[in-house]
Design a protein around this ligand. Structure first.
Ligand SMILES: Nc1nc2c(ncn2[C@@H]2O[C@H](COP(=O)(O)OP(=O)(O)OP(=O)(O)O)[C@@H](O)[C@H]2O)c(=O)[nH]1
Length: 374
């Protein structure tokens, strides 16, 4: 992931590939789903099951007719002969509209057409049958043979058709299952792709935020650096202009810090700087901006504080530094700080305020250090 995050072009490419796959899969799903919606096998199966009763009924009617040439049997036969072509035509139409490949049902259709073509012969053979005219033995055998041929043809066609429809229906169900699975996988991929992109955005954002924080933080002490202090200054001076509230600045410089470095080494000097930074945070308020300006020079910007409040803070810091426990080898060494204090005048900008505080810091050094001049 970290590896990928370094290569936005690879990420973009990966994302595009995933999205393209999703779109292709979705397109296939749409076309297949549309194709399948047209095939209503349930209705066809119902029709065929009903049609399967026809050959049985034909056999029964013919048996009855050969037993007794009653006009009711002739009527029943005529009714069936009228319905059979309609049924055959309806099934052919439904097959033509279905998604079943024609080569699979063509032999059945041909058989049904043949049967359809033989129905008039059956009708003709029973045309003159009535209670006054009994069929001869030869006529009865012909009628029976013709009837059995038709009956067997119908039974075979409908049974094959029934099986074909069940196969097609099972294929349809299987395809729907695959399509549903494909859709689920596609959605998962989409969700994963979006997740990856969001995660990357989050990481990028976190990195940018960390870099922004680092660029405005002093690495050693964790205090604000000069850049961050100048940002705060802009903000506080704007507020001062709106509300006419005072702003003061403390510039602090550790006394003879070079000596600490020389006597105990640079790492101990670093520890002293960190301890001093913590002390400044403890002495100041949340709203104050405590910054390390560089080396052993620090600044505290005090919004809503006049010179008197700033002097009081400076005195507190002077006292606290004198008492500050020194790290490890420097224990027992006394640390002091010199402070320049200034309050912004009404037409002051930050440069003016800074220079006044800096001149006073210089004077504090010149007058023997370990003091604040305001
Ligand atoms: N340990 C440490 N020392 C630093 C760092 N930055 C600056 N210094 C040292 O701070 C010392 C500053 O010395 P000077 O400018 O002579 O000031 P000083 O010794 O404090 O004397 P006065 O300011 O005149 O009281 C130098 O020795 C720098 O090397 C830092 O990050 N860590």
């Amino acid at each position: 992931m970290r590896h990928l995050a370094k290569k936005p072009s690879v990420l973009l490419l990966t994302y595009l590939v995933i999205v393209s796959l999703c779109l292709i899969a979705f397109g296939v799903y749409l076309s297949e789903a549309r194709r399948l919606i047209g095939a209503d096998y349930t209705a066809m199966v119902t029709d065929v099951v009903r049609a399967q009763e026809d050959p049985e009924r034909l056999r029964m009617i013919l048996d009855s007719l050969l037993d007794s040439a009653d006009s009711i049997h002739v009527e029943q036969l005529n009714d069936l002969l009228w319905r059979l072509p309609l049924r055959i035509q309806s099934i052919k139409t439904q097959l033509a509209r279905s998604e079943i490949p024609p080569d699979q049902y063509q032999p059945l259709v041909e058989e049904l057409d043949t049967i359809n073509g033989r129905l008039p012969a059956l009708e003709e053979a029973t045309l003159n049958v009535n209670s006054d005219r009994v069929l001869t033995q030869a006529e009865s055998v012909d009628l029976l043979n013709l009837g059995m041929d038709i009956e067997e043809g119908l039974a075979w066609s409908y049974s094959e058709l029934n099986e074909l429809l069940h196969r097609a229906s099972a294929d349809q169900r299987r395809l729907m299952e695959w399509l549903t699975l494909a859709l689920a996988v596609m959605l998962l991929m989409l969700v994963a792709a979006i997740g990856v992109v969001l995660l990357m955005l989050y990481r990028l954002n976190a990195q940018r935020e960390m870099m922004r924080r680092q660029s405005r933080t002093d690495e050693l002490t964790g205090l604000r650096n000069r850049r961050r202090l100048l940002e705060d200054v802009g903000h506080h001076f704007q507020r001062r202009d709106r509300h006419d509230s005072p702003i003061s600045l403390l510039l602090l410089d550790l006394d003879h810090f070079k000596q600490i470095n020389d006597d105990f080494g640079h790492p101990v000097g670093d520890q002293v700087l960190v301890a001093f930074a913590n002390l400044l945070l403890e002495c100041s308020r949340q709203t104050d901006s405590v910054a390390r300006m560089g080396g052993e020079e620090f600044a505290i910007l005090l919004p809503f504080s006049n010179s008197l409040a700033a002097q009081r803070l400076a005195q507190r810091i002077l006292a606290a530094v004198r008492e500050m426990p020194m790290p490890g080898p420097a224990q027992g060494r006394r640390l002091t700080v010199s402070i320049g204090v200034a309050e912004a005048e009404s037409d002051d900008d930050f440069d003016g305020l800074y220079h006044r505080a800096d001149r006073r810091l210089y004077r504090a050094k010149a007058q023997g250090r370990d003091r604040a001049i305001g």
